[in-house]
Design a protein around this ligand. Structure first.
Ligand SMILES: Cc1cc2nc3c(=O)[nH]c(=O)nc-3n(C[C@H](O)[C@H](O)[C@H](O)COP(=O)(O)OP(=O)(O)OC[C@H]3O[C@@H](n4cnc5c(N)ncnc54)[C@H](O)[C@@H]3O)c2cc1C
Length: 264
């Protein structure tokens, strides 16, 4: 039997403007929050492996590291089909960077001892694209990123991954950490029944001490990256407006504009 762990994160809703709090140097995460949309692709990939029988999946476990509000992201994950969830939450985690977050997640994964860890390609707030690889490094497992196709043969996964130059096909042995690209699937919507039942599925809440995590390796103590300054992106220059009085002249103006910028 196989166990799949899916890494999921609570992020500010897409409509919330993301900014750094200058007083703390941390991301201002106030406002409406939601399950990281990229992680719904990882959940969907786990469910498809389970439902297709490609892997004999015993259970899918959603794991998050985040504040108390992150429980809602876990409820969403189980309403989408995860069997249970684990929430690592502790004041000691505040200010964790990718290295600290990846270490903490890897310690949670070790407790579960799964065959496969799935993650989204990126979070919608930090957008490091790196946590999956850091988790794998801590576990000593292979990591693949931007995977958009997964085929299973026993304990071998054949993965197609998107690269700048095209596609790579890579074979990897389980256990492994796979970050899926958002082109891998079309995530399902939770049914009303699943949403109502989500709070009844097992949810384990752990502190840093409960999980055997070294408090010196997380939060402000353990982070390697420190925010020093931030500035607003430059305001966009106003675009050029062309009145279409004479279409032939308008087309000429557009072509000249594109030509001057070597765009055609
Ligand atoms: C200036 C600054 C301030 C910050 N302040 C804070 C802060 O106050 N509080 C805070 O929590 N973070 C803060 N962060 C962000 C924090 O460092 C990152 O969220 C964290 O390191 C994860 O990296 P990421 O979000 O870029 O994930 P990515 O590497 O982009 O995520 C890839 C995948 O990893 C998984 N994943 C990522 N994070 C988690 C998680 N926590 N739990 C489970 N799965 C996860 C998901 O599957 C996700 O799709 C800050 C970052 C910066 C740059």
């Amino acid at each position: 039997m196989t166990k799949i762990v899916v890494l999921v994160k609570e992020v500010p809703d897409a409509a919330v403007q993301k900014q750094v709090d200058p007083a703390t140097g941390l991301l201002d995460r106030s406002g409406e929050k939601t399950l990281n949309p990229f992680d719904t692709h990882a959940i969907e990939a786990a469910l498809q492996l389970k439902e297709s029988g490609a892997l004999e999946v015993d259970e899918v476990v959603a794991i998050t590291v985040g504040p108390s509000s992150a429980v809602k992201a876990l409820h969403k994950a189980v309403s989408l089909g995860a069997d249970r969830s684990i929430h690592l939450t502790d004041d000691a985690l505040v200010g964790s960077d990718v290295v600290a977050t990846g270490y903490a997640l890897a310690e949670l994964v070790k407790r579960e001892n799964p065959d496969l860890v799935l993650a989204g390609q990126q979070s919608d707030d930090g957008q490091s694209y790196a946590v999956g690889a850091v988790v794998a490094e801590n576990l000593g497992w292979p990591a693949l990123t931007q995977v958009i196709k997964l085929e299973v043969d026993g304990t071998t996964l054949t993965c197609e991954r998107q690269a700048e130059y095209g596609y790579d096909t890579v074979k990897v042995q389980l256990p492994a950490v796979i970050s899926v690209g958002d082109a891998i699937n079309e995530p399902r919507y939770p049914s009303l029944k699943a949403i109502m039942g989500a709070k009844k599925k097992p949810l384990e809440s752990l502190s840093v001490a409960d999980a055997g995590i070294d408090a010196g390796k997380v939060g402000k103590e353990g982070r390697k990256a420190v925010w020093t300054a931030a500035q607003q992106p430059p305001a966009k220059a106003a675009g050029m407006l062309i009145e279409d009085d004479d279409t032939a002249q308008t087309v000429e103006q557009i072509v000249t504009w594109l030509d001057e910028r070597k765009l055609i």
